[in-house]
Design a protein around this ligand. Structure first.
Ligand SMILES: [Zn+2]
Length: 271
């Protein structure tokens, strides 16, 4: 469901109220087999293996088994697969030999994560359950990632002092407009930990800092196999920690793709 790497081997769910696909709680299976988070809640996931990665030959075999339906698609669409068409690229003579059939566009993925973390999104998504107070009114507790309006303004004004961002910042609407992929790239790898320092509690700030560090190491000009293997082990832990704070709707496929990036860097080389 949505992930080109996991394909059908995923625990992603469709959220009941929003109808969005969520990869919430899909990352404990990627942890080392004895990691403590595996047994945090429920036992079903503790023994699940990491999601399988299909190589070229397996994808071609799968495509060959698809059966056309009367609407121009394939039978069992949405139940057993998400294929809408067969790309001619799979007919190339070397398609079966591909170890890395897809390569995730890190800049695109980074941009989507970054856009989600913009200030407005953070402020507008309180995640705790709605509570009914003594007057029978609904109220929402303040989420740990809530930024007070005055803090938001301070951060935006600081961003305005940076040449690269000053034209993009709109303090009155609280939005960043017209940023390019490279701006988001810098935003995630350099600015994220700096701009939020002191505005969130240490636990949440540390998650932002670790995420930023992950991208910085992944996108370095020179990478080592050892470091990529460490990132591969570490990123599911970070995602599990984020799941303790952010709501299910936050974890769409873009957050999930983080677990696949270190392996792709190992197989395909520096980003
Ligand atoms: Zn996946």
């Amino acid at each position: 469901m949505c992930c080109l790497i996991c394909m059908a081997d995923t625990d992603a769910i469709i959220l009941k109220h929003s109808g969005k696909v969520s990869f919430f709680d899909c990352h404990r299976r990627e942890l080392l087999s004895r990691h403590e988070y595996r047994s945090d809640i429920g036992k079903a996931i503790t023994k699940r293996r990491s999601s399988k990665r299909l190589e070229g030959e397996q994808v071609v075999e799968w495509l060959d088994e698809l059966v056309d339906d009367d609407d121009g698609g394939f039978l069992c669409y949405g139940e057993e697969h998400s294929w809408t068409h067969k790309s001619c690229l799979w007919e190339l003579p070397y398609a079966k030999a591909l170890v890395l059939p897809y390569n995730i566009d890190v800049m695109h993925q980074e941009r989507n994560i970054s856009a989600k973390k913009d200030l407005v999104e953070i402020c507008d998504r309180p995640y705790l359950e709605i509570q009914i107070n003594s007057n029978g009114m609904e109220s929402r507790p303040r989420a740990p990632y809530y930024l007070k309006p005055e803090d938001r303004k301070q951060i935006l004004k600081w961003l305005q002092t940076l040449n690269q961002y000053k034209r993009a910042v709109n303090v009155s609407t609280g939005k960043l407009n017209g940023l390019k992929s490279h701006d988001y790239h810098i935003f995630m790898e350099r600015l994220l930990p700096v701009m939020f320092r002191g505005y969130f509690d240490d636990e949440l700030w540390k998650l932002f800092a670790e995420l930023s560090n992950f991208y910085r190491q992944l996108c370095a000009k020179v990478i080592s196999k050892k470091l990529m293997r460490e990132l591969e082990k570490g990123i599911p832990v970070l995602l599990c920690q984020m799941e303790k704070i952010f709501p299910p709707g936050f974890f769409n496929v873009m957050e999930h793709l983080l677990v696949h990036l270190p392996w792709e860097a190992l197989a395909g080389g520096p980003v």
